[in-house]
Design a protein around this ligand. Structure first.
Ligand SMILES: Nc1ncnc2c1ncn2[C@@H]1O[C@H](COP(=O)(O)OP(=O)(O)O)[C@@H](O)[C@H]1O
Ligand SMILES: [Mg+2]
Length: 269
């Protein structure tokens, strides 16, 4: 037992405690991912394994991306079930041992895993939607991805909703059920990270030229090669850059914003 602020006695947690709490939480949990308060006051997140997903749709999409020469967009099967839990546990350990900010893995079993809460934070998507200085918040995301790639790492679903923005400016990452390395090379995994990030953030950028400059600054000597790859993987969508009307819906407008940005990136290599 250890003393907590305010004089309350608090149980010192061991791995066994977390393992027991994980199985208790899984019994109560009614969604795939859920926040829990442990009896010692600690807030944690528990992911429960969900049903296995089918694979035929990925095969079909794989044929399209091969025809389009968009190799980094080759679909990464998201198979669900125990495999997804194991992938997430392995990825949390891989990234944290490289010094990347991710939740700490507390316990894992066949049916789920428990991890720490990245407190004092919100997702980068929330930050971007509320921010008065969107470009500098976007730049924090770019720098964090460039740094993790310099460490020869990748995260897979690198959308702004899976990036955590801390009040002190740091960026963390969550949501690692996929294992892109099973179908993609390291370089393709990293290009996929950029495509997910740019797709989910391009609509927040008002000044593409300034953003292109910041992108070059963050990537340094790697910028030209990365931009060439981003362009190769997306040029089949260049026609979409003209879509601006709201009737197209959110995702087509995101693709349109992405392609306007990619065009500028490619022009100013
Ligand atoms: N460890 C964590 N710390 C803080 N927030 C988290 C954590 N895990 C999940 N969340 C919150 O839950 C949301 C959904 O979790 P995520 O792992 O992205 O699952 P999904 O597979 O449903 O996208 C995230 O967008 C984030 O707001
Ligand atoms: Mg997510």
């Amino acid at each position: 037992m250890i003393m907590q602020r305010g004089g309350k006695l608090r149980e010192k947690m061991t791995d066994n405690n977390y393992q027991q709490y994980l199985s208790d939480c899984l019994k109560q949990q009614n969604s795939n991912i859920q926040q829990h308060s442990l009896p010692n006051g600690e807030t944690v997140w528990v992911r429960r394994s969900d049903a296995h997903h089918g694979i035929w749709i990925y095969r079909l999409m794989g044929i399209f991306t091969t025809l389009l020469k968009a190799d980094a967009l080759k679909p990464v099967p998201s198979l669900g079930g125990q495999m997804a839990i194991q992938n997430e546990a392995k990825t949390l350990q891989r990234l944290s041992s490289s010094g990347i900010i991710v939740p700490k893995l507390l316990a894992v079993c066949d049916d789920g895993l428990m991890m720490t809460d990245l407190t004092d934070s919100q997702t980068l998507r929330e930050t971007l939607s509320q921010s008065k200085d969107k470009l500098s918040d976007w730049q924090r995301g770019v720098v964090a991805i460039a740094e993790l790639h310099n460490k020869k790492q990748y995260v897979s679903q690198c959308f702004s909703r899976n990036m955590i923005s801390f009040n002190d400016g740091r960026i963390g990452f969550i949501d690692f059920e996929d294992a892109p390395e099973k179908v993609l090379t390291l370089k393709q995994c990293q290009i996929r990270d950029w495509l997910c990030f740019l797709f989910s953030t391009a609509t927040y950028i008002d000044d593409n030229q300034q953003a292109v400059r910041l992108f070059h600054q963050a990537l340094g000597n790697n910028a030209d090669a990365v931009i060439g790859n981003i362009y190769c993987n997306t040029r089949f969508l260049m026609w979409a850059k003209r879509l601006r009307h709201r009737r197209w819906g959110r995702d087509p407008l995101r693709i349109a914003a992405l392609m306007r940005f990619v065009e500028q990136l490619y022009k100013y290599r």
